[in-house]
Every structure is written in structure tokens, then in C-alpha cells.
Design a protein around this ligand. Structure first.
Ligand code: PLP
Length: 428
């Protein structure tokens, strides 16, 4: 494949945009080479500026559950644009999408829309602190909750890909209120809570982690967190920015039958436009301005175009009873195919999978937390990434990311992907 135009565009971008990208995960720093510039996308495919076609397993890092340029979303946005792009006044569509989201997700009465997953998580902890009148939070090593200060402590995704899980610019004062626990280790959480009695406002977690590869919770782990929170008056925040409306229409709360106190959304909820949201029961949400004292706001929050895209997306997810099963079947098929291809070539690996999230790790032992994820062989991953790219398969340029399966993928696409793995495995 030729990447002449992408290379030229990258050179130009670097002059005026730090690192040439508006979000670090888009750069190829972890795998080497230069990023590919997207020109268009449709269904399961993304096309670059050089005219190459890729089967896309990034899908804008999650939002494209039903494929790129999903017609109901595109049509809704085009229609909405004709009547104005932003008002700074309430609109009927905000209530419509809120009603639908509240009906789909268990255990929430009210939802507030924001512009990104970062904003959703940042606002959720402020709300938790305001509600409990306590300051500290517990997060898990390798979980990513966006780039606000409190969360850039042992963060996953781009932060760890670039070797800066703790960012300069986060003050000591902020960092001291974020306590770190090991994912899937309930004893570690109990110790932290005991050592900080009466000080912890919330435990925030990706209930299925997707930012150190895909790591499902061990049996009983989420239940354990729920009990610890109940026993110590701590709020349990599920960051479902990745998993919400993806792993079940009601997210991991529905999938695992666990009630969180606050839930954060992003990605799928915006259908590809910049949207995040956080939601909870009335007693918590009523603490939010203008009803209560916890301040949170946004000039473009609930933007009509974003709401139109999100509403079309949620309707499609809600109305398609077979969707989650289809996604899971496709992901399972891919899992089996990739595992066979790697095994045939004696490539040591682990594959983690749940619903439509899957990740391939080149290591010996089960990947259950950040420490085990970090043991993956990055040299092998780099070769794998570039091998797949050259065969027209676009996976995330980092071993610490999940692949996102979309319903637009056909079994022919999956077979093409598995055939590519078989070829690439010979070179690893
Ligand atoms: N939370 C999780 C679990 C995420 O995966 C992400 C982004 O990848 C975020 C929060 C931040 O969302 P955004 O990038 O929209 O700010």
C-alpha cells in the first residue's frame, strides 16, 4: 500500500498541530510509522487519502456500533441542520433522547448531556463529591476516564501508550485525592477503603475495561465493589463511555445485573457526534445545578445536531432485538479464527472478549489487570499491527486498546481479517 498523501498531510499537520494530531492515540508513536489520514468511511470500511480501503476495527474508537455513515444518523443530522445548528435554549429533542436513554438504562431517573466522555466522568465525580461531601476517589490502574486532572493517575489508553500515565500539569493537591486500586482485586479495594475511612466519595470503574485492551471483570468483582460501596456510603460510578449501549442496551448494569449509583456515557450515545452524558437516580441528580448546588454547564451541551445523531442511534439500538446477539456471534467467530491462525503458527497469545469488544495480547499469562496487560510483547504487536495494516485491516495502533466490532462487518470481512492474521502470523 502507498501512503504518499497521508505522509505529506502528516508533515503539513505537524507544523500547526502538536504532533500532527488532535488526540494522541491517533499518532503511531507506539508502533512507528506515520498515521493514515482518513478521507471517508462507509459501513465497515474506512478509506484514506491515498485511496486505500481498510476493514475498520477502531470505528472512531467505539461510536460506530452500526457502521460508518449509518443512514438514519446521517439523515437525522442533515435534516436537523436545516433548522439551525445551536440555540443555547432548551429543545424538545433533548427531552426525547433523555426519555429514551432513561427507558433503556436500568436504575437511572435523570440524565444530563455534555460534549464528551471526559466531561461526563469529570462531572460525575464532582457530583459524587458534592452529594457525599467527601473528597477522595478510587480509580483502577489502567482504566481511562478521559483527560481531566483527577483521572490522569495511572491512566490507560493513550496515556499509557505514550508512557505518561501520570501527566505533568496535574497538581500534587489533585493527585492526592485519587487513590489507585488493582483491577479485579477486591481485597485491594477493601484495604484502600479501610485505610481512608469516611473520606472516599466514589469508586469509579470501567465495569468492563477497554483501555488496557479488553478486560472483563472477574466473577464477583463488581458485586464486591457494590457491597463495599454500600457498607461505606461510597458511590459506585460505572464509566460506561465505551460499554454503554454496546454490551447491552442498558450497558454493563444490565449485562451483569449490578446497579451503579452514577453512570457515564459517551461514544455510541452520540452516534459519532461529540456527546457524553451522566445519569443517576433522582436523589443524586437533583443535587445538580439549577436544582441543586453542584455546578455543571456547557454552551453546546445538548446541541441539536448531536442530539439528532444520538437519538437516531439509540432508537436503532433499542429497536433491533437481535443486535447484541449478532455482534457477539461475529466477535466470537473472529476470536476463534484469530486464535486458530495464531496457534497454527505457534504464536503465544491471549485473546480477551466480551460482547462486541475483543483484544489480542502477545503474552503467556491471562490478562486480568494492568500489570498483566503490560507484559505483552510490544515488538510482536508492532509487527502484527503493520502486517495487518498492509493487508487492509485497521486495528488500534496500540496494544492497550480494544477492537470494536460493528454490525456492518460481514462474515466475508471477518474471513478476510482471519486470512490476514494467518499470513501475518507467519512473519511474527
Ligand atoms: N471513559 C472511557 C471508558 C473511555 O474509553 C474514554 C475515551 O476513550 C473516555 C472516558 C473519555 O471520552 P472522550 O474521549 O469522549 O473525552
Amino acid at each position: 500500500m502507498l501512503y504518499q498523501r497521508s505522509s505529506a498531510l502528516f508533515k503539513e499537520a505537524q507544523q500547526v498541530i502538536p504532533g500532527g494530531v488532535n488526540s494522541p492515540v491517533r499518532a503511531f508513536n507506539a508502533v512507528g510509522g506515520t498515521p493514515i489520514f482518513a478521507k471517508s468511511a462507509k459501513g465497515a470500511y474506512v478509506y484514506d487519502e491515498d485511496g486505500n480501503r481498510f476493514i475498520d476495527y477502531i470505528n472512531s474508537w467505539g461510536p460506530m456500533l452500526l457502521g460508518h455513515a449509518f443512514p438514519p444518523v446521517v439523515e437525522a443530522v442533515i435534516e436537523k441542520t436545516q433548522s439551525g445548528t445551536s440555540f443555547g435554549m432548551p429543545t424538545a429533542i433533548e427531552t426525547e433522547i433523555a426519555e429514551l436513554a432513561v427507558s433503556m438504562v436500568p436504575n437511572i431517573d435523570k440524565i444530563r448531556f455534555v460534549n464528551s466522555g471526559t466531561e461526563a466522568c469529570m462531572s460525575a465525580i464532582r457530583l459524587a463529591r458534592g452529594f457525599t461531601k467527601k473528597d477522595k476517589i478510587i480509580k483502577f490502574a489502567g482504566c481511562y476516564h478521559g483527560h481531566s486532572d483527577s483521572f490522569l493517575i495511572a491512566a490507560g489508553s493513550g496515556a499509557v501508550t505514550f508512557g505518561t500515565p501520570n501527566s505533568p500539569g496535574v497538581t500534587q493537591g489533585t493527585a492526592k485525592d485519587t487513590l489507585l486500586a488493582r483491577y479485579n482485586d477486591i481485597e485491594n479495594v477493601k484495604q484502600l477503603v479501610d485505610a481512608n475511612k469516611g473520606e472516599i466519595a466514589a469508586i469509579i470503574i470501567e465495569p468492563v475495561a477497554g483501555n488496557m485492551g479488553c478486560i472483563p471483570p472477574k466473577e464477583g468483582f463488581l458485586e464486591g465493589l457494590r457491597s463495599v460501596c454500600d457498607a461505606h456510603n461510597v458511590l459506585l460510578i460505572f464509566d460506561e463511555v465505551m460499554t454503554g449501549f454496546r454490551l447491552a442496551k442498558g450497558g454493563v448494569q444490565e449485562l451483569k445485573s449490578i446497579d451503579a449509583d452514577i453512570v457515564c456515557f459517551g461514544k455510541v450515545v452520540g452516534g459519532g457526534l461529540p456527546v457524553g452524558a451522566f445519569a443517576a437516580r433522582n436523589e443524586i441528580m437533583n443535587h445538580l445545578a439549577p436544582l441543586g448546588p453542584v455546578y455543571q454547564a456547557g454552551t453546546l451541551s445538548g446541541n441539536p445536531l448531536a442530539m439528532a445523531a444520538g437519538l437516531a442511534m439509540l432508537k436503532a439500538v433499542n429497536n433491533d432485538k437481535g443486535l447484541m446477539n449478532r455482534l457477539e456471534e461475529k466477535t466470537k467467530y473472529l476470536h476463534t479464527g484469530i486464535a486458530d491462525a495464531l496457534n497454527k503458527n505457534n504464536i503465544v497469545h491471549q485473546i480477551n472478549r466480551i460482547g462486541s469488544m475483543i483484544s489480542v495480547h502477545f503474552c503467556d499469562d491471562a490478562v486480568v489487570d494492568f500489570e498483566s496487560a503490560a507484559k505483552g510483547n510490544n515488538e510482536t504487536f508492532k509487527k502484527f499491527f503493520h502486517g495487518m495494516l498492509n493487508k487492509g485491516i485497521y486495528i488500534a495502533p496500540s496494544a492497550f486498546e480494544t477492537w470494536f466490532i460493528t454490525d456492518a462487518l460481514t462474515y466475508q470481512d471477518l474471513n478476510e481479517t482471519i486470512a490476514a492474521v494467518e499470513e501475518v502470523a507467519k512473519t511474527l
